[in-house]
Design a protein around this ligand. Sequence first.
Ligand code: ACO
Length: 333
Amino acid sequence: MNATTRFCARIVGTGMYVPEKVLTNADLEKRIDTSDEWIRTRTGISERRIASKEESSSVLGLHAARAALKDAGLEASEVDMIIVCTSTPDVLFPATACFVQRELRASRAAAYDVSAVCSGFVYGLSIAEQYLKSGRYRHILVIGAEVNSRIVDWDDRSTCILFGDGAGAVVLRREEVAEPVGVLSTHIYSDGSLSELIHVPGGIGLNGFSGGAIDPKQYCIHMMGNQTFKVAVKRMSEVCREALAFNGMEVDAVSLVVPHQANQRIIDAVTEKLAIPAGKVYVNIHKYGNTSAASIPIALCEAREAGRIGEGDLVLLSVVGAGLTWGAALLRW
Ligand code: ACO
């Protein structure tokens, strides 16, 4: 590397996988007191995917990882680190990333999970960015994988309509270039005082396991939807502005915004606040619902395949999730 070149962290492969089983709003109408019209107008969701019994987060993540490696033209043995972003890990431990590492036979990769719920992928990207820009590693696989259907209360109509299962993955490569490309910057935040807005109260570390009866509802998503909605719009728009300002860019320079797919109305409110036209926003929430940490990498993969992202494009990612956590990333493709 000479004085004019620097290390960059560039996405060189994307992949995704969603389970075959489709659960439509019409299917939900048969199970709970809701309507297709309510779900579509309040959320933008028409259907979501549901994992089979055999499909855990590591299984979904493995499919997505294989696709991303193929897209990058990379062997698993060349991967230095595997980060799985998930809030539905296969087991308490070992990390879901270790199961992916085993199946890929990624013999030299470090592997661990990141728990930042819907913000997970941008958190994972931020970690990968540091390792690559510091020159420590050359190839990192960041995967977002979720089986939300396992932690949804199917009797709670205000949450069960929102979530779906799936996985997306990216391969990042360290490159030495004169002009910055790839991940220009990441910006991640948290506010634990808002932890009760969205949470799964059950666990092991707080109460231990008594061997007594377990209340399954404690292992389901509890959400204060309305309050979450407001804080999501505020935090996502703030952090998008910060990412642009940090890089000395104006909103007009953005080619495509890939927001976390939580609710169409949140996406609309954020992009309206930022004065970004709808044509520059990638949306697939109607097909998959909220796939939590998988939502951004799935959307990135689809956007690339649809020709919505090309070389040199400026792509803005933004997320919000339980924690509360939120973040943004600005990428030069
Ligand atoms: N069908 C029909 N009616 C419903 C349904 C449903 N599925 N769900 C709720 N309602 C009713 C409520 O009972 C309420 O009825 P009431 O007025 O008689 O009391 C009415 O609809 C309005 O309820 P609200 O909760 O105020 O509806 P809102 O417009 O806020 O939409 C929603 C709810 C979709 C959950 C919305 O608040 C939202 O998307 N919030 C943000 C979710 C989010 O972004 N989460 C972040 C990421 S998730 C993560 O990190 C795991």
